[in-house]
Design a protein around this ligand. Structure first.
Ligand SMILES: [Zn+2]
Length: 72
């Protein structure tokens, strides 16, 4: 369930505490935004933490664990 306070992390109910739930909500929302391949500007998919593969040029490369480019 989504909540106003912790968004999609509301699915954890009252468990784990508000801080970690806020953190996971933030990480998950960054993950859901489009991640851009730095070679061809295509869409990159996260294979594992820090490992990304581009759908367009099929290159495999490293980046941040949950996102490629941090939006300020
Ligand atoms: Zn690419």
């Amino acid at each position: 369930m989504r909540t106003k306070k912790v968004k999609a992390a509301g699915r954890f109910g009252a468990r784990y505490g508000t801080r970690v739930r806020k953190k996971i909500a933030q990480v998950e929302s960054t993950q859901r935004t489009k991640q851009e391949c730095s070679f061809c500007k295509g869409t990159a998919k996260r294979i594992a933490a820090g490992i990304w593969q581009c759908k367009k040029c099929d290159k495999k490369f490293t980046g941040h664990a949950y996102y490629l480019k941090k939006e300020e």
